[in-house]
Ligand binder design. Structure first.
Ligand SMILES: [Zn+2]
Length: 374
């Protein structure tokens, strides 16, 4: 007698934080998302130039939400239920433009990048800029969501990442509580949480303050990156310690979790590392639900049990769309506990190495993950 592998039918889900880049990159990346059961995407705005304005006719030498959304649709996204493009907050944004964009239905959310804090964050301005210039007040008034890359910027190296503190902890301890107090109705998503401090803050915050969690931050710790220097795991905020991973796992697998949801932060890099440094971002397109399922099992969730499957569904399929007011799709996809081999993604002459493959000492060796999509 052969055992039937665990099989879970899930509503199609929304990846509420991912990077689709530009030009010839877009179509294969969207294809990967559709292949992993995505009904919709939130496509981050750190393109070149960034998505720093709402309408094509708005001032500034930026890509517009209007234009980038239409490019994503025409490059394969037209079958998705939803494409959300957040506005990249630059110093040129004004409260009037925010209000108009929201009224016209083109602006749902806006992303704060700490200046020089990650890939494509050169045009970000300090958070206080938007407190002072009225942009956060306009967002709060119009119900526009603030997506936050929560790290203090411009720290000396000793505070950026040290044994007793780091940029994310400082941000969630000192900066974000003030924003929450000043703008009590501003909807906030703490993106790609990495620390216990940030996780505890989100858990204790009011209901309209929520967070995304990536597969890599649930699967790995800084030791995995450092042993053999697995630079494919280099992303920002940097992966942290076992205590932090435990807190993240506990938050996403809590039976009452309605605040933490899937946002892969999948970010392809054609050149990941050079002798001058390393691009931040892990590519998990096409395999993210599989990796999330793996991480839930590692956190002690029994995915053969229907009740425990509900906890996984809340995280992957329900909490995110509930927060953004999106429909839960009636279409489904199926995850099965059966090994799947992972291949590099070829785009033209470029090769993108998906994360678990990048954790091997030889990325040319076969690599399998425990779950597949059937
Ligand atoms: Zn990101």
């Amino acid at each position: 007698m052969t055992d039937t592998p665990i099989t879970i039918e899930l509503p199609k889900w929304y990846d509420l934080h991912a990077h689709f880049r530009q030009d010839e990159m877009i179509a294969p990346l969207i294809k990967g998302h559709i292949a992993m059961g995505c009904a919709g995407i939130l496509a981050m705005p750190n393109t070149k130039p960034p998505v720093g304005k709402i309408f094509k006719s708005d001032p500034g030498n930026y890509t517009s939400i209007e234009h980038y959304s239409s490019v994503l649709r025409s490059d394969g996204g037209d079958t998705l239920k939803e494409i959300i493009v957040p506005l990249y907050l630059t110093t040129e944004m004004t409260p009037a433009l925010i209000t108009r964009g929201a009224e016209m239905g083109m602006l749902k959310c806006a992303k704060y990048y700490p200046p020089h804090g990650t890939t494509g964050a050169e045009l970000g301005a300090p958070l206080e800029t938007y407190v002072e210039n009225g942009v956060f007040a306009a967002m709060e008034g119009a119900g526009v969501v603030l997506n936050i890359h929560g790290e203090e910027h411009a720290l000396p190296a000793e505070q950026y990442f040290d044994r007793t503190t780091n940029a994310e902890e400082l941000f969630y301890r000192e900066r974000l509580p003030r924003i929450v107090d000043q703008f009590p109705n501003l909807k906030i998503v703490g993106e790609h949480l990495t620390t216990k401090i940030a996780t505890d803050f989100i858990s204790a915050a009011p209901d309209h303050i929520v967070a995304t969690v990536t597969p890599q931050h649930l699967l790995y710790t800084i030791g995995h990156l450092l042993q053999g220097f697995k630079y494919h795991l280099y992303c920002l905020p940097l992966i942290k310690f076992e205590e932090d991973r435990e807190a993240l796992r506990a938050a996403v697998t809590h039976p009452g979790n309605d605040k933490f949801f899937a946002g892969t932060d999948s970010a392809p890099h054609t050149t990941k590392a050079t002798e001058c440094g390393c691009a931040a971002g892990c590519y998990t397109g096409a395999i993210a639900p599989q990796l999330y399922a793996q991480s839930f099992e590692l956190a002690g969730v029994d995915l053969s049990d229907e009740n425990e499957q509900e906890i996984f569904k809340n995280f992957l399929c329900f909490n995110g769309p509930d927060f953004y007011g999106l429909d839960i799709p009636t279409e489904t996809f199926t995850l099965q506990k059966f090994p799947q081999e992972i291949e590099p993604l070829k785009i033209g002459k470029n090769t993108i190495v998906p994360l678990p493959l990048g954790m091997q000492s030889d990325t040319n060796e076969p690599c399998t993950i425990p779950w597949r999509i059937v």
